[in-house]
Design a protein around this ligand. Structure first.
Ligand code: KIV
Length: 267
């Protein structure tokens, strides 16, 4: 899997599937189940480390889990496109700091890095892309800034917020971001952005079915969650006999347009 193949899928109208993965075994199982992209998300802070948010996740932790996932894929000759999150504080200081952090994750096995936010991030994205590092951006609910946002809530709801999000998305495409995660964004806005951004594949999470692809946190879609699942999650394990079966059901549901169901999972 590579960026040209992902572009082909999109051009053919086929949805791109993505799940988070944090270790070798789950990565190999997800790859075998047909997931095209694996994200070593900094959600690992909450899922694996028991942290209250993603803010405390370090670059060392991201590099460690990226290596684990990459090894899992190599062991089974997996083909998934591997994206790793740049954690909070590791790309905020300067473009050079972002490059050093991104290089660390690429050397751990990532094919692409993801960073959160718009506006100030566009020059950082451009700097990384010019140096051969594919970048996925992330707008809407950006968990690293949850304290500034005032909680895990839908973003881009009013006209002004939607206009800012739209401007940021266009700037990120212009800067060379090849993917854009849209998290907790109204379905109509994310569908419009998808149509407006032909060179940047939109991947939704709680953003309706109009995006080029979908992502979920693996543990959420397997129903391994200590709290209440957010509205946009579906438990694919409930009707599956195995983890692999649940992931295959997710892939099929996304490809066939059955997940997300905007009546149930969108705003
Ligand atoms: O860290 C993560 O898991 C993410 C996804 C929720 C998109 O950023």
């Amino acid at each position: 899997m590579g960026l040209p193949r992902l572009a082909q899928l999109r051009a053919a109208g086929e949805k791109i599937t993505m799940l988070t993965a944090y270790d070798a075994t789950f990565a190999a199982v997800a790859d075998a189940a047909g997931v095209e992209c694996l994200l070593v998300g900094d959600s690992l802070g909450m899922v694996c480390q028991g942290l209250p948010s993603t803010v405390g996740v370090t670059l060392d932790a991201m590099a460690y889990h990226t290596e684990c996932v990459s090894r899992g894929l190599h062991r089974v000759q997996g083909t998934a496109w591997l994206i790793a999150d740049l954690p909070f504080g590791c790309y905020h200081e300067s473009k050079e700091q972002a490059l050093r952090s991104a290089a660390r994750l690429m050397q751990a096995g990532a094919h692409m890095v993801k960073l959160e936010g718009g506006g100030w991030t566009a020059p950082v994205v451009e700097f990384l892309v010019q140096r051969g590092i594919p970048v996925c951006a992330h707008l809407g609910l950006t968990p690293q800034t949850v304290h500034a946002l005032g909680g895990y809530r839908v973003q881009g709801r009013d006209e002004e917020a939607a206009a800012t999000l739209r401007r940021h998305a266009h700037e990120l495409q212009d800067a060379g971001a090849a993917m854009l995660v849209l998290e907790m964004v109204p379905a109509r806005l994310s569908a419009e952005l998808t149509a407006e951004l032909p060179h940047c594949h939109t991947i939704g999470i709680g953003a309706g079915q109009g995006t080029a692809g979908q992502v979920l946190v693996m543990h959420d879609m397997l129903g391994i969650n200590l709290g209440k699942n957010p509205k946009f999650v579906h438990n694919f394990m409930a009707d599956a006999g195995s983890v692999r079966g649940a992931i295959e059901a997710y892939v099929q549901a996304v490809k066939q347009g059955h997940f997300p169901d905007d009546a149930l999972h969108a705003w």
